[in-house]
Design a protein around this ligand. Structure first.
Ligand SMILES: C[S@@+](CC[C@H](N)C(=O)[O-])C[C@H]1O[C@@H](n2cnc3c(N)ncnc32)[C@H](O)[C@@H]1O
Length: 273
């Protein structure tokens, strides 16, 4: 066999089983009952993936400081029979499996035991069919006492559970993932950074993308020139009025070009006075 016909060498992708550090999960333990702290309860078949990225950096430090609490509830423990089955085949046939309403109900009886009503503690089912998650929703959730997030798997939840518990269906985008865990972490991250004291500089949540219905202006830092590209002169002028005007113009131009939907919503708001 010539060299070019030879089968390509088998490539090792290394260890496929991720090694989970013990430390981030420790952050969850013993913090479930923190009085007054915003709390995220997550009903999931994969509790071991929490806190995941939420255990790092600012959200991790805030979790450690007790500024918020996380409770990952293992759906499997509420399953049926010896094998703790949580799913069954779809009524009417078709591919995949559906999470059982009675199993979800048992998990929610625990998760929601002490939770106040949905105005103060939303019950969310992460679902591609849901209302698109946005900054306004993050602000609403963060202003509550806590949130319970139900992560689907397989083909999702039996519709009767969604209806019975009046779950709010929330999507993180027009694509389909294998489960709700990444979506739950995205939603929690967006909420936690709005909790007072989590970010060093509270102003940064007031001026960032979506806060005023606009995308954020471009950001620059040292070096002053990189690859022949200079930082826009106005940003180095020290003229705060001119800088604010430049940033506003840039934010408007970016929003118009990239998000005509946001731009139109802003124009409608302006028309309504
Ligand atoms: C394979 S999906 C189920 C998709 C469902 N059969 C459908 O077509 O709408 C499994 C789970 O992943 C989660 N999921 C997938 N994509 C999502 C998205 N874009 N936003 C939020 N959750 C998502 C949901 O919890 C869902 O129940």
């Amino acid at each position: 066999m010539s060299g070019s016909d030879a089968a390509p060498p088998r490539r090792s992708h290394g260890r496929l089983k991720p090694v989970v550090s013990v430390t981030p999960r420790d952050l969850m333990d013993g913090r479930k009952q923190l009085a007054g702290a915003w709390c995220a309860k997550v009903v999931t078949l994969m509790p071991e993936v929490f806190p995941g990225v939420l255990g790092a950096s600012l959200t991790g430090r805030a979790l450690d400081q007790g500024l918020w609490a996380l409770d990952a509830i293992d759906l499997r423990t509420f399953g049926e029979g010896k094998h703790r089955n949580v799913d069954d085949t779809p009524a009417g046939g078709g591919a995949g499996m559906v999470l059982r309403a009675d199993v979800i109900a048992r998990a929610l009886a625990v998760a929601q035991a002490a939770a106040p009503g949905p105005d103060r503690w939303p019950l969310v089912y992460l679902s591609p069919r849901g209302r698109p998650f946005d900054q306004a929703m993050a602000r609403r959730f963060a202003a509550c006492e806590g949130i319970t997030l139900v992560c689907g798997r397989f083909e999702g939840l039996d519709e009767r559970a969604i209806e019975h518990f009046a779950m709010e269906e929330v999507s993180i985008g027009d694509f389909v993932m294998t489960g709700g865990e990444i979506a739950a972490q995205a939603v929690i991250d967006a909420c936690v950074r709005l909790i007072p004291g989590v970010l060093g500089n509270a102003q940064s949540t007031e001026e960032e993308s979506f806060s005023a219905g606009l995308l954020e202006h471009p950001q620059y830092t040292r070096p002053a020139t990189w690859q022949g590209r200079a930082i826009p002169e106005v940003l180095l002028s020290g003229n705060h009025g001119a800088i604010a005007r430049w940033r506003r113009e840039q934010a408007e131009a970016l929003t118009k070009a990239r998000r005509p939907d946001l731009w139109a919503a802003l124009a409608r708001e302006g028309d309504d006075g």
